[in-house]
Design a protein around this ligand. Structure first.
Ligand SMILES: NC(=O)c1ccc[n+]([C@@H]2O[C@H](COP(=O)([O-])OP(=O)(O)OC[C@H]3O[C@@H](n4cnc5c(N)ncnc54)[C@H](OP(=O)(O)O)[C@@H]3O)[C@@H](O)[C@H]2O)c1
Length: 331
């Protein structure tokens, strides 16, 4: 059985949940695909677990990393370069101004001939062309389904199934936190602050929720979709962004009187993120923390995808699909 070796960089919510899903699905993957996966290193900010024969994931998940006998002081860039592996998973938080630390991790992995799978939006949104060109030069793959729409297969749907289609536009709800807040405000007639507080209590929003409510998160995802599905070469600064802070009960009531709801929409063709009126019976009129994306194509027509747009478990499904696809190619 072919053994595919993985390095995980960033062992937070996503990294840990990915490791749990990998462990839980090991038997299924080996029966169905004849593939084994072993994690040979887990890199964190201040050091790494390394075992080139494969780490005990259950132990890595249970015991504090620094107390694990495989703990070393080796930094992520060193581990990515020198530990033998097939795929590097980049799962650190990203800075949208610099793309770091993820950008350096991705470039280092490609330099070392390793494929990359990531859920980190910033480097992909900021340096899409550079990353893809370097990957091509090195004969490597970079996969990033998990950067947009959590569990919803958007990028791989296009890659695997819509190949002959020209994508004319992609637009929709790309941020579950803002959709939850707007739904709550409209359905229960509560103010923005109360809806935001509930989103924070439910773990849907960070204590500093500006990235979500000011539309930045949606804009970053819009850039990734524009560049990867529509062949654009845009960056975050090309997108006109307004968030949901100005939406209040009066605007929501007025929308309702006209048979509509207000939703934060990212629209690639318009290069804009803004609150828009969505008619009640429109497929993008969804409630709660879900995401909904409409892909307009020339041959297949309109395709609408709805699903869970974030969350470590759901995002792990997208990471697994990228990892499995690359693994199968290595068989
Ligand atoms: N959570 C979601 O539902 C979701 C969904 C889709 C995409 N994403 C994206 O996935 C990525 C990971 O998200 P998350 O929720 O797992 O974040 P997280 O819980 O904050 O975990 C990130 C981990 O990366 C570590 N880290 C930071 N800098 C590092 C470095 N230079 N080298 C190695 N490790 C480093 C952090 O360590 P410290 O704690 O010590 O800083 C932390 O353990 C982010 O880019 C996020 O935007 C998340």
């Amino acid at each position: 059985m072919k053994e595919v070796k993985l390095i995980i960089v960033g062992f937070g919510n996503i990294g840990r949940r990915f490791a749990e899903v990998l462990e839980a699905k090991k038997g299924f993957i080996s029966r169905k695909y004849g593939l084994g996966f072993s994690v040979v290193a887990i890199a964190e900010k201040n050091g790494s677990l390394v075992n080139e024969k494969g780490l005990d994931l259950k132990k890595a998940l249970k015991v504090q990393l620094a107390r694990n006998p495989c703990w070393t002081g080796r930094k992520s860039l060193d581990v990515i370069k020198s530990v033998e592996a097939d795929i590097m998973l980049e799962l650190t938080p990203g800075d949208i101004r610099s793309g770091e630390p993820g950008l350096s991790h991705i470039m280092r992995a490609l330099e070392a001939g390793k494929d990359v799978v990531t859920s980190n939006k910033s480097p992909i949104a900021l340096k899409f062309r550079e990353i893809m060109e370097y990957a091509r030069k090195k004969g490597c793959e970079v996969r990033y389904e998990a950067t947009v729409g959590g569990a919803i297969p958007i990028i791989n749907l296009y890659r695997n199934t819509l190949q002959v289609n020209e994508v004319r536009n992609v637009y929709g709800i790309l941020n579950g936190t803002t959709n939850f807040i707007l739904s709550k405000m409209s359905e229960e007639s509560v103010d923005f602050d109360i809806a935001l507080k509930e989103a924070q209590e439910l773990g849907l929003a960070e204590s500093d929720a500006s990235y979500d409510v000011d539309g930045v998160d949606t804009a970053v995802k819009l850039v990734i979709l524009a560049n990867s599905l529509m062949g654009r070469n845009i960056s975050f600064k090309d997108v006109k962004v307004s968030g949901i802070r100005e939406v209040n009960s009066e605007t929501l009531d007025l929308a309702k009187k006209h048979g509509s709801e207000i939703r934060l929409i990212g629209d690639v063709a318009a290069m804009e993120v803004s609150p828009r009126l969505i008619p009640k019976n429109h497929p993008l009129n969804i409630s709660g923390a879900l995401n909904a994306v409409l892909i307009e194509t020339d041959v297949a027509g309109d395709i609408i995808l709805v699903g869970v747009g974030a969350g470590p478990r759901e995002t792990s499904s997208s990471l697994m699909s990228d990892v499995l696809d690359l693994g199968v190619r290595k068989r």
